[in-house]
Design a protein. Sequence first.
Length: 448
Amino acid sequence: MVGAILMSFRLNSTRSIKPVLHQIQENAGANVLNDLLPWIPEQAPVISGEPNESPMVITFDGAQQTSGALPEMTLENFYSPIPLRIRASNWMVFSGDRTTTGNAVFTGSPDLEAVIPALFYLVHLSSPSYDVIGGSIPGVPGVHALGFNGNVAWSITVGNGDNLDFIIETLNPENEDQYLTEAGYKNFTIINDIIKIKEKGGYHEEEIKTKTSRHGPVISEVVGGLPANTTMMWPGLMGSDGTLNALLTVNRAKNFEEFRSALSMAQGGSVHVGYADIAGNIGYQYITTFPIRKSGTNPVPVPGEADAFGWTGFVSFDEHPYAINPEKGYLASFNQMPEIIDEEFYGTAYFMFERPYRFETIVRSQEKFSVDEIRQMQNDTGSHVAERFIPLIVEAASAEENLAPYVEMLVNWDEKISLDSAEATLFNAFIDRLIYNTLADDIGDESG
């Protein structure tokens, strides 16, 4: 149970993005903050439904804004190369109409950073109740990240929905164990834990004091970049999050209806789950727990004393995007958005749309794909970012004679990010420096 909650929290990008946004606002003001909030390009590929017909840019005009009116923004051809978070998982599923075998083909890669010990391990679980193989989270029963149970296959990518808020509590100056509400000061719920810390010759004990308000635990002492006395409001901490039951039930699912029913139990996490079955069906379900906020999106920590930024409930599971057997014959997730429910649910969702753009280019190039071609597609190293930016870089740099060798390298490059490519190294170093040079003078070196 604890392992499932910890993984859900680890995959929640909001927890690390909102402290950075707070630092941007503190150092550079609300106008710069709004310039850097998430954007969705026109016709950006989505997982299900239809792409946006026009660009969408998240803006924020909450009471904590620290500088003047927001500047007007021209959305025509709006494009920014500056994501504050880049995810790299993917799954692709093709119906029999789009494969040379006539059967559904599913490939999944729930990539996270390489660490020791590993975040996933392969397991084949066989018992009277289960026969399932796939990627498992250490310490959590069953198969989770991707799997196959003889009937149904699935894989996940991070969903990046915004379902976590940071709330700043105002302490009673005469009693630090109380915080201000609209009805006066209220006592924190306090938990005192003793932890044992290993040292040479044994261990020593330390007492950990956790204070919890109506919004959640005070986390500013352990999460950097936040104001003092900031609490965390997240569905995963609001009782049983249902993740373990959901995953174990998916392990036994025999069809899409049972698959969706199982996933409806989960809350707290935010993931896209791809689906295929031996009958040839393909599908998709987005699972998260979207709060209904009193104030709209809260991309930075907000004051808690009047509860003006609290939650009034949650979006029902039936309103979350899903798909079954789409007419186009395929579904794919690269951590981009599903169809848009409401823009406020993506207030800190920095999606890198370049991979789905690249996928769409490949998938539209031919009618049917073999298993090997789909495997190659998953391992594709073509860069849509390079395709976009190299013409601009060449135009800007061509007038500088000393840059001619580097311009020639980029002009002749195949735009593949391969390990032995000097051109890929040059291009990626340029983009990295472009982002730094664009932001550093406004937000400071320490904000990120």
